[in-house]
Design a protein around this ligand. Structure first.
Ligand SMILES: *Cc1c(COP(=O)(O)O)cnc(C)c1O
Length: 435
């Protein structure tokens, strides 16, 4: 048996033959018996991907406008990412943090350079996810010696206990209380409320430039700049959570730079590894030195394979002009969705390739609710899209989120735009199976 055949037999899905023995329904049944039910039943079981497309276990192809939730910045199976990960794994796959590796150091330097940090003016802590990057930021905040933290209503910072304590969604936070203490919430976008909440006991303010999980809600112009002023005055750290918005997603390397501010801490994750798990907490100025020896740690964070993935993503984004592409294709999508003039489209929010299409309830509530009371207008459109071979996300009951690979081209965007009117017309009539 060749290694290749051995691995194919071991890992279902690597060989299409092995996978062809089953289908969506069979795999979904096995999923239901073996996975914790944290995500509900999967919509499809996916077998492979290439560029902006993925294929399911029934052999159907989908245009992926969700990009693994703003993660697959280079799409699927990008040759540069595949080569970088493969070469690094074949050279040195993991060392403990008693040792360092070249990719880890190079990636830290690259991230600091992208933030325009002068030499010695910043430091990176690598983690494996967004929540962990924010945990590091939370610990930095505690090390200021001040007890309190302010975050925004509707904000999302992750599901671990610390990150959850910062998350402004009571429905997911309250079942797990008591959480780390000292966090208060202010309405997002309201600079006066922020100013009133921040005082000499406030260690840090945590904000997203665009609330992604909150429904693709961009901060109003001037809000981050005001937050910078307020925190500066109070000697409070400003932590900008760029886990969803960073690494080109909004058309810039980091979304906060559009406001011309310099935060104290920036966290990134999702798009950085292009699908390989990695997160980073980047401390600038005094925040770079608040975690000293023994104050924090991780076994996997900064793993050389994950770091090589990050370097490959950053290189491809720059080499292939993907910031410009995100801006251009995002602007095209926004303009053309609005130009449809469809009665269900209320507006388009977001920046670059992080877009929220805001929908109105359809005219006939009866028709809308015919398949069950809890199918929202956004879920209905997402379900119709899936049925039509397009993956989008119902991020809130009335908003469809698009967070496609940054390599999405105009022709692929037009595939979605051509299908959208009929998806909107089908609201309330999509077969239940598709959810
Ligand atoms: C996704 C997300 C997180 C959490 O990242 P995980 O990798 O799921 O832990 C934190 N903050 C923001 C803004 C996110 O979008």
């Amino acid at each position: 048996m060749t290694y290749q055949a051995e691995v194919s037999a071991l890992v279902p899905g690597l060989s299409e033959d092995a996978f062809a023995a089953s289908n969506n329904a069979a795999w979904t049944a096995r999923y239901g018996q073996s996975l914790m039910n944290t995500f509900g039943s999967p919509q499809r079981v996916l077998v492979r991907g290439e560029g902006c497309y993925v294929w399911d276990a029934d052999g159907r192809r989908y245009l992926d406008l969700l990009g693994g939730l703003a993660v697959n910045s280079l799409g699927h199976a990008h040759p540069l990412l595949v080569s970088a990960v493969t070469a690094q794994l074949a050279t040195l796959g993991h060392v403990s943090n008693f040792f360092a590796t070249a990719p880890q150091i190079a990636l830290a330097e690259r991230l600091l350079a992208l933030l325009d940090v002068p030499a010695g003016g910043g430091r990176v802590f690598f983690a494996n996810s967004g929540a962990e990057a924010n945990e590091a930021a939370f610990k930095i905040a505690r090390r200021t010696g001040r007890p309190n933290v302010v975050a925004a209503e509707g904000g999302f910072h992750g599901r671990t206990m610390g990150a959850l304590a910062l998350t402004g969604k009571p429905a997911i936070r309250q079942p797990f209380e008591p959480l780390p203490a000292g966090v208060t919430f202010v309405p997002y976008g309201d600079a006066e409320a922020l100013a009133a909440a921040v005082d000499g006991d406030t260690a840090a303010v945590f904000l997203e430039p665009v609330q992604g999980e909150g429904g693709v809600v961009p901060a109003p112009a001037g809000y981050l700049a005001a937050a910078r002023e307020i925190t500066e005055r109070a000697g409070t750290l400003l932590v900008v959570d760029e886990i969803q918005t960073g690494i080109g997603r909004c058309g810039d390397w980091f979304a906060h730079t559009a406001e011309g501010i310099v935060p104290d801490v920036v966290t990134v994750a999702k798009g950085l590894g292009g699908g390989f798990p990695i997160g980073a907490c980047i401390g600038l100025g005094r925040a770079a030195d608040l975690l000293g020896p023994g104050a924090h740690g991780t076994t996997f964070g900064g793993n050389p394979v994950a770091s090589a993935a990050g370097l490959a993503v950053l290189h491809a984004v720059e080499r292939d002009g993907l910031l410009d592409n995100a801006r251009a294709v995002g602007a095209h999508l926004r303009a053309e969705v609005l130009a449809l003039g469809h009665p269900l489209v209320r507006g388009v929010r977001g920046r670059g390739l992080l877009l929220g299409i805001e929908l109105a309830a359809p005219p006939s509530e009866a028709r809308f609710s015919a398949e069950g009371a809890n199918v929202t207008v956004a879920a209905s459109v997402a379900s119709a899209a899936l049925g039509a071979g397009i993956i989008v996300n119902a991020v809130t009951p009335d908003t469809i989120r698009l967070a496609p690979p940054l390599i999405l081209d105009i022709a692929q965007a037009d595939e979605f735009l051509a299908a959208l009117p009929s998806l909107l017309d089908a609201v309330g009539t999509a077969p239940k199976e598709n959810r």
